[in-house]
Write a new protein. Structure first.
Lengths: 111, 110
């Protein structure tokens, strides 16, 4: 069974700080990695995807991938209260079109 | 923009009823997915479809079936609803590697 692990949190950070969310995965053959944000009672929305080792930046968000360590992270700079949500890490299963999701990390940004 | 819609946001059914949840996407995607999401268990894949009339079991298919007669529409069927099927049901559609979700249906089975 392919697994994706995330710390459930909550991760609490003050407004303006950097929030760091982490994810590990078991499928060594995985090539595609995704971060979704989910507000309470809403459906997940895609924030970023990353395919290559290293960093990928999009505005205040940076995704980091280390395939050797089977580790993906999401950094949120200048965190805002509106960033308070659950962040889901998802990994594309090798050889399939399906994703395996982590259970999510709840982020709380206090004003 | 990818648009995925689901037939109901909230649904209340009685035990033993047959329940249909419908999902429609407007981007001509081949792959569509049904998940359920429960506190502490995360998102779990029920069924998915590669194309019209094609279906594959996900991780938790028991108690569910699906139908895909047209490319844009993927239906989830609960043949005889049970209280343990009370959950948030999410449909997704896939473009390249990325899955886009509908708004979800919160189903309560009494």
């Amino acid at each position: 069974q392919k697994e994706v692990e995330q710390n459930s949190g909550p991760l609490s950070v003050p407004e303006g700080a950097i929030a760091s969310l982490n994810c590990t995965y078991s499928d060594r053959g995985s090539q595609s990695f995704f971060w979704y944000r989910q507000y309470s009672g809403k459906s997940p929305e895609l924030i970023m995807f990353i395919y290559s080792n290293g960093d990928k930046e999009d505005g205040r968000f940076t995704a980091q991938l280390n395939k050797a360590s089977q580790y993906v992270s999401l950094l949120i700079r200048d965190s805002q209260p509106s960033d308070s949500a659950t962040y889901l890490c998802a990994v594309k299963n090798s050889g399939y079109s399906t994703l395996t999701f982590g259970k999510g990390t709840m982020l709380l940004v206090s004003p | 923009d990818v648009k995925v819609t689901q037939s109901s946001r909230y649904l209340v059914k009685r035990t033993g009823e047959k329940v249909f949840l419908e999902c429609v996407q407007d981007m001509d995607h081949e792959n569509m997915f049904w998940y359920r999401q429960d506190p502490g268990l995360g998102l779990r894949l029920i069924y998915f479809s590669y194309d019209v009339k094609m279906k594959e079991k996900g991780d938790i298919p028991e108690g569910y079936s699906v139908s895909r007669e047209k490319k844009e529409r993927f239906s989830l069927i609960l043949e005889s609803a049970s209280t343990n099927q009370t959950s948030m049901y999410l449909c997704a559609s896939r473009a390249t590697d990325t899955q886009y979700f509908g708004p979800g249906t919160r189903l309560t089975v009494l």
